[in-house]
Design a protein around this ligand. Structure first.
Ligand code: ADP
Ligand code: MG
Ligand code: MG
Length: 884
């Protein structure tokens, strides 16, 4: 088999084999762009490496040696040669880009002998020793696993001893001193001298890159971004070019458009006299790319052309790494740029307008999961803010939280339910779990392309970086921002859109949909087949949903209307009524309230369907808690022993009331409320309640019809498992409808249907469909009842274990379980349509706002999905993606 692929032989489509970096290096090489020569060891080699217990096979190694010989010929240099040494970088590169998560080693091939050769050839001793010290440090860190800070400490020591502040001021002999110290450090820590044989160095580095696929931060990153652990990484071995050869050299990173806002124009940063890692690691704050126009105008123009060429070639925004060696430009990487949702939308629309892609392609360029970000809170412009400092606007959104100074603290405090802001000098890939846990990230160093910025944008977290006015003192655990001092735990805010750092908590507002986003959603509406409705229980939510493009309400829960504090006593007296008269009296008081609710919602959704679900939860949910009542009773009994006279009488009375209430609560108490006296079972046993609700719906509709509106109520009966349940409830609803029509002389157009949320309903859907005008799949309950999981217990107790152990691929309450719950949906839809071709089919569980589940609904031919108002735009896009 073949393990190794020279850059000239690959192409961009070979990402699975060559990894993204290797595939694009190959593609650029073929396009004639200036890429230093090299070869890629494919991902199959990574699998073989692990199968062989973490070693390279002899066969693989000999292919690698041969490839190195070809490189030597191409470069006219010798690997390990004392006269004109070839140096290489050994670079990780997975099929899906994981910026900074895995390892790379630069300047490999240097040793005590070759460094002298390099110095002679370049006539630049300082440069050669700078490379060597970088190499030992990187190799020590990445390959030998020595902690970074040990090298930093030695560096600081040596700088002190030669009286130098900046790396820039170090002379060749200073670097030599440092190298001697580094080598001692390595020997002391590993028990062996620093490896001098370049081939040994190469083998060790390749193995380390393969191992880095399974380092902690890579594993965490894959988990967050749902990347398969099975992919493996490729390794790229590439001949070095040097950005650290002086002021006519440099290195940088650029995006072909702004990855934060989507604004057109090349956007990036560079450093002169530096090596690549310096830019991305955020150690020195780099210069904006525009400055290159002054410093190296020819290179700048060439680079702009390359950007244009790459964007046209890939038909997408590129993230490009480049190096300038003594006035010559080299490209070291290109990939589709990670971008915020805002940028994704703006760029997708712009590329259509520029004729690079069509509308359907544009729809696939925005991940529905990102859309949440567009509706992320921003700082309320009408609110006064106290600006402490301003840094770089690295990732938009507003975030407030307590200052924490380490990733571990961020994680621990967030777990405890606190909102935190991660405040760091700079972030490293090891901070990934803290970035995930924090509301936002603030750093004092590093630019727009620093690690913190890239990762934050990928996750949609607000981030401000390179805030010079920020100083962190880890010893005292304090943070200095300008002239103000804060302690860990103090609350500050950041505005990732402007770079502002603000005192205290600030007011947030939900943004409007941008013009571009509306355009994109308009294209989505043209191609999608699924309708999108919203779950809303009140006029405000209904209006919001409508503004986001909802085509109706798929689930209006009536129990929330019963929970309003001023209504609870009436609801309780209805539940606790001893006679039918008492109950009817309480219901008569609830009727106008409910009618008002429905009036508001139907009016907000004028002309659009509103599916109203009759009361669903068990009645005891509206009563005082059993344990509290028991405690209250005990307290009164105790009190009675110590009081006398009037007080005793009052206490006695109170005790009797509480005991009576307790008796009733006990009667209604259930061991398994989820499977208990709820849904249509309530309607069957207390028909007066459903009658009141139906009357409220029809009277509200009559009112609206008289006012010239177009109410379209759909009455939904919950938790039906047997046709007879639905038949009776439908009869009840129709009886009330007829009565209201007769009383008012106005007939309300209305359909009656049911939720499909227990397995029996799904498997007898042909029977149930004879009574139903629509089915709405209540996938929250259907998932509970199909798995036999109680959601509240499962999510807190064992589900995370199930997903971690890969017993289940996903939390089935978040992503629809297609092979189980989905099969029931499929069956019910088929059976239902079989007897009633006009049957309307929809889904109203939380899955209705999740992209994979939406795709499934599309494939099953459902008519609509219904989700929370803020998810409506997401669902419109996901429904379109399912259709293109
Ligand atoms: P990452 O995947 O973390 O971005 P890379 O493999 O891209 O790691 O390497 C990081 C940086 O090292 C690059 O941005 C580039 O500037 C520098 N680099 C890598 N290979 C070479 C090379 N052959 N010559 C010069 N610089 C290189
Ligand atoms: Mg890179
Ligand atoms: Mg339900």
């Amino acid at each position: 088999s073949q393990w190794v692929y020279p850059f000239e032989t690959g192409r961009a489509a070979d990402k699975m084999l060559l990894g993204g970096k290797g595939a694009n290096l190959a593609e650029m090489t073929r396009a004639g762009l200036p890429v230093p020569p090299g070869f890629t060891i494919g991902t199959p080699a990574c699998h073989a490496f692990y199968e062989q217990g973490g070693a390279l096979s002899a066969e693989m190694w000999s292919e690698i040696e041969t490839a190195v010989h070809h490189l030597e010929e191409a470069a006219g240099k010798q690997f390990g040669g004392a006269d004109n040494p070839l140096l290489v970088s050994v670079r990780s590169g997975a099929p899906i880009s994981m910026p900074g998560m895995m390892d790379t080693v630069l300047n490999l091939g240097l040793n005590d002998e070759t460094v002298q050769g390099l110095a002679r050839r370049t006539q630049n001793e300082r440069f050669a020793y700078d490379c060597y010290r970088r190499f030992i440090q990187m190799f020590g860190d990445v390959v030998l696993g020595l902690p970074h800070y040990q090298f930093e400490q030695v560096l600081d020591d040596v700088k002190d001893s030669v009286g130098v502040k900046d790396d820039q001021q170090m002379r060749a002999e200073d670097w030599q001193k440092l190298i001697a110290r580094f080598r001692k450090l390595v020997e002391r820590e590993t028990g062996r001298p620093f490896p001098q044989n370049p081939y040994e160095q190469l083998r060790m580095a390749i193995e380390a890159v393969f191992r880095s696929w399974n380092n902690q931060r890579a594993i965490v990153y894959r988990k967050i971004h749902k990347i398969s652990d099975e992919l493996g990484t490729a390794v790229n071995v590439q001949s070095m070019v040097f950005g650290n050869m002086g002021e006519d050299s440099g290195t940088g990173v650029a995006f072909t458009r702004n990855p934060s806002t989507g604004e057109p124009g090349v956007f990036g940063e560079y450093l002169t006299n530096a090596q690549g890692e310096d830019v991305v690691a955020g150690i020195r704050t780099p210069k904006p790319i525009a400055q290159l126009a002054d410093e190296m105008p020819a290179i700048y123009n060439q680079f702009l052309q390359v950007c244009d060429q790459l964007e046209r070639h890939y038909k997408d925004v590129q993230d490009i790494e480049f190096t300038v060696e003594q006035g010559r430009l080299y490209l070291l990487q290109t990939r589709s740029a990670k971008r915020t949702a805002e940028a994704a939308v703006r760029i997708a629309v712009a590329l259509v307008n520029e004729g690079l892609i069509d509308q359907k392609t544009a729809l696939t360029r925005v991940d529905p999961d990102q859309i949440d970000q567009l509706l992320h809170p921003r700082i309320d412009p009408d609110h006064e803010v106290d600006v402490l400092a301003t840094g770089l606007p690295a990732s938009p959104g507003a975030a407030s939280g307590k200052i924490v100074l380490s990733a571990d603290d961020a994680e621990a405090r967030a777990k405890a339910g606190e909102k935190v802001l991660l405040v760091r000098t700079e972030t490293t890939p090891e901070d990934i779990h803290g970035i995930l846990a924090a509301e936002g990230i603030l750093t004092s160093r590093g630019g727009m392309t620093s690690h913190a910025a890239v990762v934050a944008r990928g996750m949609g977290k607000p981030c401000v970086c390179g805030c010079d006015a920020l100083q962190i003192n880890m010893r005292t655990k304090t943070v200095q921002i300008g002239s103000h001092t804060f302690r860990e735990g103090d609350v500050i805010s950041i505005d990732g859109a402007t770079g502002r750092v603000l005192r205290g908590e600030v007011a947030h507002v939900r943004p409007e949909l941008s013009e571009d986003f509306r355009t994109l959603l308009g294209w989505a509406d043209e191609v999608r087949r699924l309708e999108v409705r919203a779950n809303a229980d009140n006029p405000e939510d209904a209006e919001k949903a409508r503004a986001f493009g909802a085509q109706g309400i798929g689930l209006c829960r009536t129990e929330h209307m019963f929970m309003a504090p001023e209504r609870v006593p009436v609801v309780q007296s209805m539940i606790l009524a001893k006679t039918l008269e008492e109950r009817n009296a309480a219901l008569a008081r609830l009727l106008p309230m409910q009618q008002g609710d429905f009036y508001g919602i139907l009016k907000a959704m004028d002309g659009l369907p509103v599916t109203i679900r009759l009361l669903d939860p068990p009645l005891h949910e509206f009563l005082p808690n059993l344990e509290q009542l028991v405690a209250h009773q005990a307290a009164l009994q105790t009190k009675l022993q110590y009081v006398s006279g009037l007080e005793a009488e009052q206490t006695q009375q109170e005790l009797e009331d509480v005991s009576a209430l307790l008796g009733q609560v006990r009667q209604l108490h259930e061991l398994n409320p989820m499977l208990g006296h709820r849904g249509c079972r309530l309607g069957v046993t207390f028909p007066e309640v459903y009658e009141m609700q139906a009357r409220a719906i029809f009277q509200a509709a009559v009112q609206l019809l008289r006012e010239g509106h177009q109410p379209r109520p759909e009455v939904m009966i919950p938790l039906v498992g047997h046709r007879e349940e639905l038949r009776r409830m439908k009869e009840l609803v129709q009886r009330v409808a007829a009565a209201v029509a007769e009383e008012t002389g106005v007939t309300v157009p209305c359909i009656v249907g049911t939720m499909i949320e227990v397995p029996r309903a799904a498997v007898t859907a042909d029977e149930i469909a004879q009574e139903a005008e629509f089915f709405s799949f209540g996938t929250n309950d259907l998932t509970q009842t199909t798995f036999g999981f109680s959601r509240d217990d499962a999510e807190g107790k064992f589900l995370h274990h199930y997903t971690a152990e890969k017993i289940l691929p996903e939390n089935p309450f978040a992503v629809l379980d297609e092979s189980g719950v989905g099969k029931l949906i499929h069956l019910a839809a088929e059976l239902g349509r079989g007897v009633n071709p006009a049957l309307k089919l929809g889904i109203c569980g939380e899955h209705g706002g999740e992209k994979n589940s939406i795709r499934f609904c599309h494939e099953q031919g459902l008519h609509y999905v219904s989700c929370s108002p803020f998810r409506v735009p997401l669902a419109r896009l996901a429904a379109a993606q399912a259709a293109v």
